[in-house]
Design a protein around this ligand. Structure first.
Ligand code: COI
Length: 362
């Protein structure tokens, strides 16, 4: 697929602090955009990144008919660590399919999966100078869709924009792999069964902001959300799925709960851990069980998994005013092993035994 390209005359490259990328702070020179009208998506084009004009009655401003994805692309490196002129996308088919899953729940029309992946590749090619080459850094792709009709009656939009922008990133958390402190919320909820929790709807993130702000004021990086009905069972962290190592076994909430995002890193970690001979169980987890395991000395590790966060060790969980320190607030051996395994696959073709990465010429 070839897409028309309008080049950005003013590169953003020089305004980037490459030693301090952070997450989602800088953006590359171009976006991909395709518009849906009269029942069809157009063929798409590449345009300069920059301000866009919308009417005040844009339905998404009012009713949040919007969902997004996040995935990463990496330079393929040779044995000496030098870029080979090829890039890798990590499991883009999974993200493209999930965009459609979210879209279906939000009454947003589906987009062909190959079309989405071609759009990603072409956009990365044109902005290839923005792919960082240090291990742990990447070019993050943010595909998203929103209703673009203008009206105030509550209904699904007739028109949509599908956009991909890209951002050179380092680690999601300011202190990289340093274990984070998480507040287990016994007050606010992120999602309920039957709602949007299993999708990557923008509205899920809006729902998490207030509880997240309160937690940050108390010195926590994130909130662990419990189920929205009984506030009893573990759901997810919002920016990540959550896993516990209890008695040597990895335990993580089952997607059957209906309120948890099916993370691409989550599914990859489960497969890698099983291949490493570790026992993994996906099931409902009452948070009290985690508390009991901690008291009995059986909770040896806890970590989040996500595209942005990769593997993020959790050094402290605080629930109802009680702090639970995990593994002396140090990264544990299982978290470290899984982190290394994911990065090895993302940066080196040789390690990718499962063909998870899609390699393409820059
Ligand atoms: C991701 O991991 O890609 C996410 O979308 C999580 C967060 C940055 C919203």
């Amino acid at each position: 697929m070839k897409f028309p390209i309008t080049r950005n005359p003013n590169t953003r490259f020089d305004s980037i602090d490459w030693n301090k990328l952070g997450f989602g702070v800088y953006f590359s020179d171009h976006i991909f955009i395709s518009k849906y009208k009269d029942g069809n998506w157009d063929g798409g084009q590449i345009l300069p990144y920059g301000p866009m004009e919308f009417e005040p009655a844009l339905c998404t401003f009012h009713y949040a008919q919007s969902c997004f994805e996040g995935l990463k692309t990496f330079h393929c490196l040779d044995k000496s660590g030098k870029p080979t002129g090829y890039a890798n996308l990590f499991r883009p088919d999974k993200n493209a399919a999930r965009l459609n899953l979210s879209g279906e729940r939000l009454c947003i029309p589906n987009l062909d999966i190959d079309f989405q992946i071609e759009a990603m590749k072409e956009l990365v090619k044109i902005d290839q100078k923005f792919i960082p080459s240090k291990r742990g850094e990447s070019l993050y792709l943010r595909p998203f869709i929103f209703g673009s009709s203008n009206f105030l009656g509550v209904q699904a939009s007739a028109e949509y924009n599908f956009i991909i922008c890209t951002s050179p990133v380092s680690s999601y958390y300011a202190n990289g792999l340093e274990p984070i402190k998480i507040l287990v919320s016994d007050k606010y909820v992120r999602a309920v069964r039957g709602g949007l929790g299993f999708t990557k709807a923008a509205a899920n993130y809006a729902a998490s902001l207030y509880g997240g702000k309160k937690a940050k004021e108390e010195g926590f990086s994130q909130v662990l959300w419990l189920d929205g009905v009984e506030l009893k069972y573990v759901d997810e962290v919002g920016a990540m799925n959550i896993m516990f190592v209890i008695d040597g076994e990895i335990v993580t909430p089952t997607l059957e709960q209906g309120s948890i995002l099916g993370g691409v890193t989550r599914m990859s970690v489960i497969e890698l851990a099983k291949d490493m001979g570790l026992k993994v169980s996906e099931r409902r987890i009452a948070f009290e069980e985690v508390v009991e395991a901690h008291e009995a000395g059986k909770l040896t590790e806890c970590f989040g998994t996500g595209t942005a966060a990769i593997i993020s060790p959790v050094g402290q969980l605080t629930y109802k005013g009680v702090d639970m320190i995990i593994n002396n607030s140090q990264i544990g051996p299982i978290s470290q092993k899984l982190y290394d395994a994911i990065l090895d696959i993302q940066y080196s073709e040789e390690q990718d035994k499962r063909n998870w990465t899609v390699k393409f010429k820059l």
